[in-house]
Write a protein that binds this ligand. Sequence first.
Ligand code: DON
Length: 307
Amino acid sequence: MPDLQAVVQEIAAEMAQRPDRGEVAHYIPELARVDPQLFGIAVIDADGRAAVGGDADVPFSIQSISKVFTLTLALGMIGDRLWQRVGREPSGNPFNSIVQLERERGVPRNPFINAGAIAVTDVIASGHQPRESLGEILRFMQSLARDPTITIDGAVAASEKRTGFRNTALANYMKSFGVVEGPVDYTLGVYFHHCAIAMTCRQLATAGRYLAHSGRDPATGYSVVPAERAKRINALMLTCGHYDGSGEFAYRVGLPGKSGVGGGILAVAPGKASIAVWAPGLDAAGNSHLGRIALERLTKRMSWSIF
Ligand code: DON
């Protein structure tokens, strides 16, 4: 078995050399300022050992990776009733697309495209003050990552709120079908802020461990979700976690993964490891360019794949 720490170090060194870094997200002004030279990787194995490389301890905006955790919370709150409000099929469209919503009566294709994630956030936010719902999401992240210092980057949230015209359109459109129930500005406020949670690769890989170990956090023995639910969340990550790049990611990496426009990817090697990579430059589908390449190399060298 190759030495995990050596493989991770090797990949970090290779990524540092590459000239092709992708494009940072420009539509959220605060993210456009992040240095595309940064690269981080953290892999936590089944025994809890961390192999890290590059900027693994630099916080970044987790963006859509937060949608894995809001999905987990919403399923915990209303169980399978969630599927009346959001589907489970890949969209084959960009993450912020609106076209399918009209044909499908305001029900988004899956919980990871923006429309679906806003509908999921609405479930969590319903009947609460935005501050309370946000506190609940943040505390969940802190407890999974076992780090109470994790915070929301207020500048990123404000930047997104100022420029979030598409998300506002998606939320209002769903509201007209009754798929969003609460006040649109409350739901969007919670959504923008949970996307703006800042975490390091090491924290994110720690937080994802329950997905790699049948719903149970091996550090605490605490069951975060039943094994069957962990299986389903992983299935959605595999089929929908990279939007219209999900097929390519599955083909190249062979693991469930969830990307964010901050350049992070959380990937799950069931029974083996929880992995977080971060490289701010994105590909045409809005997924981390070098993050995907790093994961492809990691899974190849470690022979980790669900297939
Ligand atoms: O709503 C947005 O556009 C962002 N807060 C999240 C999008 C995102 O991360 C897409 N991921 N690749």
